[in-house]
Write a protein that binds this ligand. Sequence first.
Ligand code: C2E
Ligand code: MG
Ligand code: MG
Ligand code: MG
Length: 280
Amino acid sequence: RVKREGRGGYRFFSEDLNIASAKRVRLEAKMRHAILHQEFQLYYQAKQDLQTGQLVGVEALIRWPTPEGMILPQEFIPLAEDTGLINPIGRWILFQALKDSVKMSQALGYPLTIAVNLSMRQFQRPGLVELVAEALQVTGIDPQLVELEITESMVVDKVDEAIATMQALRDLGVELAIDDFGTGYSSMAYLKNFPVNTLKIDQSFVRDLHGEACNTSIITAVIGLGRGLGMQVVAEGVENQQQRDLLQQVGCHLGQGYFIGYPLPLKILLEQWQHAESTD
Ligand code: C2E
Ligand code: MG
Ligand code: MG
Ligand code: MG
């Protein structure tokens, strides 16, 4: 705490800091309570084959419902990372997502892929590979249906270690995706060395798609890059028909976004797609 109060700036600054840290302490306590009482939920967002229109998989997105409203991941994942609470939360997410996806595939009558986001701390934790192996074993899911999403920022620091972790995960049979591709420090040079299956193009590139040539050229190039490296390409943040059509035209494999489907609780997502596929 800053004791000198002669200068207003210091005092206000330190009060702001105290308010911010008090908030963090309260949120951390709330988060511990939520873990103990299993208050988190997973929502799922559809991933659609842009050429056939079929639902091919879902991405698990964590939600935290509270009496004051829904707390979004961006509001608590960073603190969960700082405090280490991401480890118990991340473990729950992984097991729950794999269990749910087995149910989804059974309900739809064909195998769906399940994508699970990993945070930096989870990715760098020594026990990750064992944890994933355990989740595969317990749920009995086909490992090929599991896709772990990491971001460029997680792999730029200690590239060799990151590649070793990625390879160990791939050796379990699971797939890897680079999320938010294009927003991180460019790992273009490394991309070919990463044992990843999928590139997820960040929604900021999709947002710029209005049909003008200069807007489509960047995304077309990124899609070409992914395809050229033999990867599956997913566009995130597809919000309208025009974007969806353009992505389809330029050869993007899969799409995700509000136009295709909002993140939803498992049961509602299933109802929507069962209905959509039966009325085709
Ligand atoms: P992400 O993995 O890139 O997920 C995509 C985010 O974009 C999600 O936000 C999703 O709801 C949102 N989104 C989907 N379609 C659209 C669209 O058409 N337009 C717009 N504007 N947004 C769309 P959400 O669920 O708030 O998650 C934000 C981020 O938090 C995720 O980004 C991911 O990095 C992280 N996150 C979410 N769930 C988990 C989790 O279970 N574990 C970890 N470690 N991180 C998570
Ligand atoms: Mg993601
Ligand atoms: Mg993303
Ligand atoms: Mg992300």
